[in-house]
Write a protein that binds this ligand. Structure first.
Ligand SMILES: O=C(O)[C@@H](O)C(=O)CO
Ligand code: MG
Length: 253
C-alpha cells in the first residue's frame, strides 16, 4: 500500500497548522509535512501530532527576506550568520515537534563561491541535526518556478552531497521539479535511491492533483514498490479548485 504525507504548505494552508494536521488525518494521510511553521506554537503543533498519531516528516529553513525576493540563505556568500541562525531555528522547531527532516533552502545564487558556502552551511546543519537524529534535505527546484535558484538538478545535488560527506544529508526528490528539469523519473529514482531522503509529487506541468498531467504516477509508485521504498510520499500540490479534495488518494492505495 502506498502511503502519503499531506504537504500543509499547500494543503489546508488557510488553516492554523494544528487544525490542518487534524484535517489531513481525517482525509486519510499517513503523515504530514510543512514549509515554514514558525508562526505556530510548537507545543500546539506537537499536541495535534500526538492526538492524530501523525508524524511531521519535514519543515524548511527560513527563506530570508521574502519581500525582497529571497528564497533561502544557505548558498549566499557573506550571509553565513543568517543562514546558520535559520538552521538553528529549524532544528529547534524540529526537536520540539519530533520532525524527521529539515530542508535547508539554498537561495538564488550561482558559481563556485555559492557552492562552497552551501557545502559549508550544510555541514554545519548536518553536524547539529545529527545530535537529534534529524536528517537534512536539499531539493532541486525547477527553473520556471524558481529562476536562478542555486540547486536545479538531481545531478548537481548528487555532486554537492558527495562533497558534504555527511550521511544525514539527503536528496529531496520532488518528481514535479525533476520531471520538468531532467525527466527520466523512474530511472533516476532507481539510480539515486541510496541518496534519497524524501519523495514529493504533483501533476506536471500544473502542480495540481497527481492523477492528472503528463506523469503516470501509478507507474512511478509501482516502480517505488519494486525498489522497496515504503515511506510516505509527500503530496505537495495546489488543489485545482482551491479547496482540498483528497479523493485521488483512493486511486493509488
Ligand atoms: O517543492 C517545493 O517548492 C518545496 O518542497 C519547498 O520546500 C519550498 O520551495
Ligand atoms: Mg518540493
Amino acid at each position: 500500500m502506498t502511503k502519503f504525507s499531506a504537504n500543509l504548505g499547500f494543503l489546508w494552508n488557510d488553516k492554523p497548522l494544528p487544525e490542518a494536521i487534524k484535517l489531513a488525518h481525517q482525509a486519510g494521510y499517513s503523515a504530514v509535512e510543512c514549509h515554514w511553521p514558525y508562526q505556530f506554537d510548537a507545543d500546539e503543533v506537537k499536541a495535534a501530532l500526538q492526538e492524530t498519531g501523525l508524524t511531521m516528516l519535514g519543515l524548511n529553513t527560513d527563506r530570508g527576506d521574502v519581500a525582497k525576493g529571497e528564497n533561502g540563505l544557505s548558498a549566499l556568500p557573506g550571509r553565513e550568520a543568517q543562514a546558520q541562525a535559520a538552521i538553528d531555528q529549524a532544528i529547534d522547531y524540529a526537536v520540539k515537534t519530533n520532525t524527521l527532516n529539515i530542508h535547508v533552502m539554498a537561495g538564488f545564487s550561482s558559481g563556485v563561491e555559492a557552492e562552497k558556502t552551501f557545502i559549508h552551511n550544510l555541514q554545519y546543519a548536518a553536524d547539529r541535526a545529527k545530535l537529534h537524529n534529524i536528517n537534512i534535505l536539499i531539493e532541486p527546484l525547477n527553473h520556471y518556478d524558481a529562476p536562478d535558484y542555486f540547486l536545479q538538478t538531481s545531478e548537481q545535488a548528487k555532486g554537492i552531497l558527495q562533497q558534504v560527506k555527511r550521511d544525514n544529508v539527503k536528496l529531496m526528490f520532488d518528481c514535479y521539479h525533476l520531471q520538468i528539469m531532467e525527466g527520466d523519473i523512474c530511472r533516476r529514482l532507481e539510480k539515486l535511491m541510496p541518496i534519497i531522503g524524501h519523495i514529493q509529487i504533483a501533476s506536471v506541468p500544473d502542480r495540481q492533483e497527481p492523477n492528472t498531467g503528463e506523469l503516470n504516477y501509478a507507474y512511478v509508485f509501482s516502480k517505488l514498490k519494486e525498489l522497496g521504498y515504503s515511506k510516505p510520499i509527500g503530496a505537495e500540490y495546489k488543489p485545482k479548485t482551491g479547496s482540498v479534495d483528497s479523493s485521488w488518494l483512493t486511486e493509488y492505495r
